[in-house]
Design a protein around this ligand. Sequence first.
Ligand code: SF4
Length: 71
Amino acid sequence: MKAHIKLGFDGGQQGCTGHGRCVVMAGEPFEVDDNGYNLHRGGSIEVPPGLEEAARYGAKVCPERAILIEE
Ligand code: SF4
């Protein structure tokens, strides 16, 4: 059974502050705008199958703890 994971960017301790580290360190499924802010901040996305580990890693390296994983 596949893991059901969502990324929330509105429930972290401080929220996304635009480091861009998630996409640099973990790649997909993260996307940032030209200023380094996560495109999905304030919302959530469904993680594509096979990218669950990348999602978990991105959450781990986010310095603001702005990425929440729901499984
Ligand atoms: S690592 Fe965290 S603070 Fe930096 S862009 Fe990604 S979600 Fe935002």
